[in-house]
Design a protein around this ligand. Sequence first.
Ligand SMILES: Nc1ncnc2c1ncn2[C@@H]1O[C@H](COP(=O)(O)OP(=O)(O)O)[C@@H](O)[C@H]1O
Ligand SMILES: [Mg+2]
Length: 249
Amino acid sequence: MLELRSLSRHFGGVRAVDGLDLTVADGQIFGLIGPNGSGKSTTVNVVAGLFAPTAGAVLFRGRDIGALPTHLRLREGIARTFQNIRLFGQLSVWQNLWVAQNSAADRARQGFFSRWLGGQAGVREEIGRLLEFSGLAHKQNELAANLAFGEQRRLELARAMAAKPRLLLLDEPAAGMNSEEIGQLRERILKLRASGVTILLVEHVMELVMGVTDRIAVLNFGQKIAEGTPAEIQADAAVRKAYLGGGAA
Ligand SMILES: Nc1ncnc2c1ncn2[C@@H]1O[C@H](COP(=O)(O)OP(=O)(O)O)[C@@H](O)[C@H]1O
Ligand SMILES: [Mg+2]
């Protein structure tokens, strides 16, 4: 699904990502972990098209997408959530999902008006399903800005899903959540995978990463220092030293 080849992204003298090789297979939940500043968000931003690579290649379904702008990557099937929530605060929950729906891959080739005339019933149904999925049906007319933090996180995930991605990039989706919310997020992530979505999960909350991922890569100073199953990563001495500080996090 996704392959990074010797990917680098530098900011001036900072090697945020430095020669990263990574392969995420179809249907996997792939975890990307590492200390603060190790290059996780930069990796997500390069895959999503926010930053161009300084060197190396990003292959999506076998094709080099390094030069594709963000909105075209969305059409190709790459959606993401942000480490810091970015919603349309002055639009309702429903409207946030409607806007995102219009970027959906299977609608990319239709004109706006034929979509408007022909597709509204289907769109409403799908938004209804997304509201159900995220437990926000009763909040559909609230302004996004007025939602509680956990609800905003849920809406962000639903909005990313509205674009019907093949690959979903999640940048610290559990940040600021309590353990009940983390449990619900875990269930949602597993449901998404069951529906066929491949997921790259950047996360600090070890309880979540170790519980849902098939495979994990560990970054430190922009370089991969380990890769393996959750059990292998937990047992890896270099990882414990660099990331877990010798103890459990
Ligand atoms: N837009 C940017 N401009 C300059 N430096 C950046 C930018 N984005 C990230 N960095 C730097 O790149 C490094 C990696 O950051 P980041 O990818 O956000 O790490 P992480 O998500 O793992 O915490 C940090 O040193 C950070 O300060
Ligand atoms: Mg980050």
